[in-house]
Design a protein around this ligand. Structure first.
Ligand SMILES: CC(C)(COP(=O)(O)OP(=O)(O)OC[C@H]1O[C@@H](n2cnc3c(N)ncnc32)[C@H](O)[C@@H]1OP(=O)(O)O)[C@@H](O)C(=O)NCCC(=O)NCCS
Length: 191
């Protein structure tokens, strides 16, 4: 299986596929409460069948060039993932998302992994705009959007019913030319 190293701490990005269902369920079980605070993923991955069904839906998206899923492994354990929930090649617009189990948070895994995927989306796949939809109460995820150089565009007020409450969704995005400019600045600043 091919893997992309995310640094020198044993973190790797790999495609997440249907045969990973047990690993995904174990990962979600370790983070069920933490991950479920703002997103519905733990409710979908409620058991092994749920994990398989969800992974199958992404395998179908990948086959139709309509989305994709990658896992983040740390020292051989699946600790989270990155997804393109929406991918529309004709318009050049996609929407990215992420999750981590709590023990893997605070190490930059999602930011590092998303940088790799944004390079791929903009440079190899010619996308123009990557969106990030995030609950306005989800400060860690908003910080990821900021670290990726995204711009906050607006708020969909109380659009998302989650666990008995209506929450608001912030839309953030980064455009291809902005990404390239930021990458060039970073490369220029490197010693
Ligand atoms: C959203 C979520 C993935 C953010 O996790 P995170 O660990 O804060 O994000 P990253 O992996 O990018 O790590 C950033 C943190 O690592 C630190 N860090 C360490 N090394 C780093 C590096 N090389 N690069 C970037 N950040 C680094 C950062 O300072 C930051 O810590 P801080 O917030 O205490 O300042 C996590 O909170 C989560 O899974 N939540 C539940 C699911 C969810 O809400 N998903 C998002 C839906 S929109």
């Amino acid at each position: 299986m091919y893997a992309i190293p995310l640094g020198d701490d044993g973190a790797e990005l790999r495609p997440l596929e249907v045969w990973h269902a047990e690993e995904v369920l174990a990962n979600i079980d370790r983070g069920r409460e933490f991950i479920g605070r703002h997103v519905g993923l733990p409710d979908v991955v409620s058991d092994l069948d749920g994990a398989r069904g969800w992974l199958t839906s992404y395998a179908e998206k990948r086959a139709a060039d309509g989305g994709s899923l990658h896992g983040i492994w740390l020292d051989g354990t699946l600790v989270g993932g990155l997804l393109f929930r929406v991918w529309d090649t004709p318009s050049g617009v996609c929407e990215a998302g992420c999750w981590l189990e709590p023990a893997a948070a605070g190490r930059g895994l999602v930011t590092r992994g998303m940088r790799t995927l944004l390079d791929w989306a903009f440079e190899e796949r010619g996308m123009h705009r990557v969106e990030w939809h995030v609950s306005s109460a989800n400060e860690p995820s908003i910080n990821v959007a900021r670290r990726l150089g995204m711009t906050r565009e607006g708020v969909l007020r109380e659009n998302y019913p989650h666990r008995g409450e209506r929450t608001s969704t912030e839309i953030w995005s980064v455009l291809g030319p902005e990404w390239r400019e930021a990458r060039a600045r970073t490369a220029h600043a490197a010693p």
